[in-house]
Write a protein that binds this ligand. Sequence first.
Ligand SMILES: [Fe+2]
Length: 150
Amino acid sequence: MKRRKAFIHTAGFAGISAVAASNLFAADLNKRFGEVIIPPSKEMGKEKHVPIIDAPSEVKAGESFTVTVEVGKKVPHPNTVEHHISMIQLCSLEEDSQYVANVGTFNLGPTLAVPRVTLPVIIQKNSTLYALGYCNIHGIWDYSIEVKVE
Ligand SMILES: [Fe+2]
C-alpha cells in the first residue's frame, strides 16, 4: 500500500489523476506471466536477448539428439555482475499434449558463464521446444521451434 501511494503521489506530479494512475497500476498487476515474457519479434535481426534454439528439424523417436540454446548469438549480450543472463530454460510440448514439460533449467553466474547450454534430448512425438532466457535487467525472453519425429 505504501508503494501504491508513492506511485499515485508521483503520478500526480506528472498531471495524471489519482484515479487514472490507480487503474494503470492495477492493470500491470493483472498481467499473466505469459503476457510479460518478451517475444523474439522485439529484437528481429539483432537478437541480443532471444534464447535461440539450435536443433535438428527432424529426429528419430527415442533417439538422443543435441539441442543448444544460446543468448546473444547475433549480438553479444553484456556479461557483467550488473547486467547478465542468469537463467536459460528449455521446455518441450508434445503434440496432443496440453502440458509443457521442463527439459532443463540452467542457472548461470555472471562474468564466468557463457549464456549457451547444450544438452542431449529425447522425444517420442512431434514436439515444440521452448526456450526462456532471463536477463537480470531486461526480463524474460522466449523462442520456440518445432521438431518432427520421423
Ligand atoms: Fe539485457
